[in-house]
Write a protein that binds this ligand. Structure first.
Ligand SMILES: NC(=O)c1ccc[n+]([C@@H]2O[C@H](COP(=O)([O-])OP(=O)(O)OC[C@H]3O[C@@H](n4cnc5c(N)ncnc54)[C@H](O)[C@@H]3O)[C@@H](O)[C@H]2O)c1
Length: 303
């Protein structure tokens, strides 16, 4: 199968690209490198440098492609609050142009990277796919809009659409600038023996999914047809303080804490039900938190 991966040079995309290649697929990475660099792309993949807003280049790039994995997106919640237009222009318009380019090129299969942020503050746990959506910030609003646009192309043009709502991915290669995610910030502070920045005294609960497991979920859904929505998580809620305790064990000393108090807009607890994906494809998360953190710390230490 020939697969075009938008945003394939990013943290999660680069893992997906590797697994797609290992499964024998031909892969085209389409990325503008606004938040990544070509060096993180497996050399067996071909690379096209471009924005997803470029209808002409994208339509040409899609000729002969069987399936699209759409990851290109800006991803920082706080930045989206400060500059919503940047997020709507990039994420929402980019997706509109991609879908139109796919229609022009006759490519009718898409896997879309969505996020647990589309659920806002959950009413019950674990979160099921039919829970109500709530746009708590412009990033979440952009993801809800992107999902809806993909769904509309399923209804009007018969696209096969699979929406994957990721919970909290972590793992080797996560090096955003600025980094807004907890685990890489904890590890970087731990390596430098600096205090770990902590909100809510570490009482928040999250569903941390190892990036290799998350990437594998994409491979299992490639042949699905129709319109599908799946959560991708481990089904286990972990307190942030538990992450810090495991990291202290790995580092061999007790990490110091910088108490940053409370942060407006944060969700206190979320974790997924991923039973629907398991039933449809047999996918399950295999890497436990301790093993995943070990691998992630190893990667950061090697940098
Ligand atoms: N990292 C997370 O915690 C997380 C959680 C839930 C969902 N997601 C989603 O997963 C996807 C990948 O996330 P990531 O952590 O790998 O992010 P990332 O920033 O590492 O990767 C995104 C990639 O998209 C590219 N890109 C951005 N805008 C583009 C555009 N207009 N045209 C072409 N390329 C563009 C960037 O250069 C980058 O390579 C995103 O869609 C994100 O919303 C991420």
């Amino acid at each position: 199968m020939k697969i075009l991966v938008t945003g394939g040079a990013g943290f999660i995309g680069s893992h997906i690209v590797k697994q797609l290649l290992e499964a024998g697929n031909e892969v085209v990475v389409y990325d503008d490198f606004s938040a990544s660099s070509p060096e993180s792309v497996d050399p067996r993949a071909s690379i096209i440098r471009g924005r997803v807003q470029d209808l002409k280049l994208l339509t040409e790039s899609l000729l002969g492609v069987d399936n699209v994995i759409h990851m290109a997106s800006f991803i920082a919640v706080e930045e989206s609050v400060k500059d919503p237009l940047k997020y709507f222009e990039n994420n929402v318009m980019g997706t509109a142009v991609l879908l139109e380019a796919m229609r022009g090129a006759g490519v009718k299969k898409i896997v879309f990277s969505s996020s647990a942020t589309v659920y806002g503050e959950p009413k019950s746990l674990p979160i099921m796919e039919d829970a109500p959506l709530s746009a708590a910030n412009p990033y979440a609003a952009s993801k809800i809009a992107m999902e809806a646009m993909c769904e509309s192309f399923n209804r009007t043009d018969g696209f096969d659409v699979t929406i994957l709502r990721y919970f909290n991915p972590y793992g080797p290669g996560e090096n955003h600038d600025p980094e807004t995610h907890a685990i890489p910030n904890f590890i970087k502070a731990g390596i430098k023996k600096e205090a770990v920045p902590l909100y809510w005294k570490g009482q928040q609960v999250r569903d941390f999914i190892y990036v290799g497991d998350l990437a594998a979920a994409h491979i299992t859904v490639l042949n699905l047809t129709g319109y599908n929505v799946f959560n991708v998580g481990t089904e286990a809620g972990t307190k942030i303080t538990d992450v810090i305790n495991i990291l202290s064990d790995i580092f061999g000393y007790t990490l110091k804490i910088e108490d940053l108090g409370e942060r407006k807009g944060d969700v206190m607890a979320n974790y997924a039900s991923s039973g629907k994906l398991k039933e449809a494809t047999g996918w399950v998360a295999k890497v436990g938190l301790k093993e995943g953190l070990d691998k992630t710390v190893g990667w950061f230490k090697a940098q």
